[in-house]
Design a binder for this molecule. Structure first.
Ligand code: ARG
Length: 603
């Protein structure tokens, strides 16, 4: 059976739109609201049934509640004879709504929902006027911390940190789009015993530390390696390095100054990578939390959490076979003491309601442990989905074509700068092959090569489910066909040029033009556009940027289908179709923005 909705058929009779009929940016939620009414009416005796809405196989969406309700009422004197009958009742009691064209019941009681094309068109027209920010999701938090990138001073900024930077930036961008205030935190490893040997080595090589510049040191990683091998081979040096740690931690001004110098050199190196990637971060490194550690440990101690074990102080946690060490046997603090303190600071001083940590999955146990300790201390609610909330966003290794940990030819770690250079050079070569060097100024060529090259590196990373290892391949990511940034950026450029070619003033059209979705290709594209907000919301709640990438790729495919079936320029539907092109370009650009990719307008 099918039920046509009066509103949709006799559209003239609709004077006003009820609150749940105006598109608020999230189709799925709006349908949930409608079906909430019908679920309650159908199963008044079964409390707490939530409407289950999914993208549909037959309709645009489907409501999947019939089977669940049936399971609960079967054999309890119900008037219904089958799940199908429950589905029918669900359909009948959906309040009439302008957004729904018709419903039908199929199989064991699925209610298929067909949205009204008129309503869909109106919603997109509204977005074209009011802007895409009206489609932003609204998560239940005001302020969040995203702790990402977080390389270690002098040690190495490897591809793992690149992944953290790219994934963290996207998560921050999605939350920012959702009007959450995001504190983008670079928790750099700027403290620890390695500084003893680094400082001693610095003193040896450059007696006048003040004049030391980045170029004098050259590569800080190499510097680290040299000092490490000296530390391992020279007992006198080792002894000195160990004393240096004590002096540094005791606050000796000369040692502090040398420490600051090393950090500064590292910082300049990191900044270069961030600038290229257009990623903004505020550094609050491990050392920032030092002054707060003793009182935080004391608080945990006073709550009875801290115990003595083999000279160290630890927290025993249920479900873990090792305790969490918070004070080392020499009285020093470690990674966990700092992280507990940083969490305390973020909750109490920065008043963050959601704290998200982006590191490789290898650190999962560390996070699980100190999260658990924080719950035990009563800093966080027991349930991990309740706010204030913490999440560890773990990602897999970057592997090379040989499926082993990614390395370049010469060195054992990949320098990020070299990697970005190569991405840019390769995409520039591809542009020159297309003759762009003759059409464009050198600046434009350079900018486009950067947008495409860096975009390709980012997208190749983000499109994978982050928890799996990911195989780094320039050839694959720079392919202009398939699921790559290159393909998507070119698709966007083509849409832009169609709009330009039409010679129409698109901003004027947006204000007055009407959208019609009569062709199947138009409708399928429009429906996908309207799913943008629920996709961003899903990507935020699952903390999976890949969800957004899959959406973007599908958008571009639906656009292709539309474009190959529907003539735009010169057709009777030109205005409507140009508006659909523009809406697609707007949503694509927003996706690029959220993924940290710079759009290209001409190719
Ligand atoms: N510096 C660490 C590393 O390179 C990552 C820090 C992540 N953030 C944190 N709060 N533990 O592995």
């Amino acid at each position: 059976t099918t039920r046509k909705f009066a509103f949709a058929t006799k559209s003239k009779s609709v004077a006003t739109m009820a609150a749940n009929q105006e598109f608020t940016g999230n189709l799925k939620r709006q349908l949930e609201k409608l079906f909430d009414v019908s679920v309650k009416a159908t199963a008044p005796d079964v409390p707490g049934v939530k409407p289950l809405i999914d993208i549909g196989k037959f309709g645009d969406y489907q409501c999947n509640n019939a089977m669940g309700i049936w399971a609960k009422i079967k054999g309890k004197g119900t008037q219904f004879k089958s799940p199908l009958a429950v589905g029918q009742a669900l359909m009948t009691s959906v309040p009439a709504s302008e957004m729904v064209e018709s419903c039908s019941v199929a199989g064991p009681g699925f209610v298929n929902v067909v949205l009204s094309a008129k309503w869909m068109a109106k919603s997109i027209e509204n977005m074209l006027i009011d802007g895409i920010d009206t489609w932003a999701p609204a998560p239940p938090v005001k302020r969040a911390v995203v702790d990402f990138s977080s390389p270690n001073i002098a040690k190495e900024m490897h591809v793992g940190h690149l992944r953290s930077t790219i994934i963290g930036d996207t998560i921050a961008r999605m939350l920012e789009f959702s009007k959450v205030e995001v504190l983008r935190r670079n928790h750099v490893g700027d403290w620890g015993t390695q500084f003893g040997m680094l400082i001693e080595y610095l003193f040896e090589k450059f007696p006048d530390t003040d004049s030391v510049t980045e170029t004098a040191i050259g590569d800080l990683q190499a510097f680290y390696k040299e000092s490490k091998s000296k530390f391992d081979s020279d007992p006198v040096f080792k002894e000195k390095a160990q004393q240096a740690v004590v002096r540094l931690q005791g606050g000796d001004p000369i040692y502090r100054k040398a420490w600051a110098k090393i950090c500064e050199i590292s910082r300049t190196e990191f900044a270069m990578v961030y600038k290229r990637l257009r990623v903004e971060l505020e550094e609050k490194g491990e050392s920032f939390y030092n002054p707060y550690i003793p009182s935080v440990i004391e608080e945990l101690n006073s709550k009875g959490l801290v115990e003595e074990s083999e000279g160290a102080r630890v927290i025993f946690l249920e479900g873990f076979n090792i305790p969490l060490m918070v004070v080392k046997s020499d009285g020093g603090f470690n990674y966990a003491s700092t992280d507990l303190t940083a969490l305390w600071y973020r909750l109490n001083e920065e008043k963050a309601e959601w704290i998200i940590y982006v590191t490789d999955v290898g650190q999962q146990q560390h996070f699980n442990m100190f999260f658990k300790a924080a719950r035990k201390a009563g800093w966080l609610p027991e349930s991990d989905k309740t706010y204030p909330r913490v999440d560890h966003v773990g990602f897999g290794l970057v592997v090379g074509e040989d499926k082993k940990r990614f390395r370049t030819r010469s060195t054992d770690v990949v320098r990020l700068v070299d990697l970005l250079d190569e991405a840019k050079t390769r995409s520039k070569t591809a542009l020159i092959e297309r003759g762009k060097d003759k059409e464009w100024t050198p600046e434009k060529l350079d900018q486009t090569a950067e947008a495409v090259g860096y975009g390709a590196v980012k997208y190749a990373d983000l499109k994978n489910n982050r928890t799996t290892n990911y195989q780094f391949s320039f050839d694959e990511m720079l392919n202009d066909k398939g699921d790559t940034a290159v393909y998507l950026l070119y698709a966007h450029a083509r849409i832009s040029s169609i709009i330009t070619k039409s010679g129409k003033d698109i901003d004027e059209l947006k204000k007055t033009g009407k959208l019609a979705l009569d062709h199947e290709g138009e409708r399928a594209l429009a429906l996908h556009l309207l799913r943008f907000a629920e996709t961003v919301e899903e990507a935020c709640t699952t903390l999976l940027p890949s969800v957004l990438c899959a959406y973007l790729y599908e958008l571009s495919n639906r656009y292709t289908t539309f474009y190959s079936n529907c003539q735009v320029i010169g057709s009777p539907e030109e205005t409507s179709r140009l508006l659909l092109c523009e809406a697609t370009a707007i949503v694509m650009r927003k996706c690029f923005h959220l993924l940290g990719i710079t759009p290209v307008y001409k190719i």
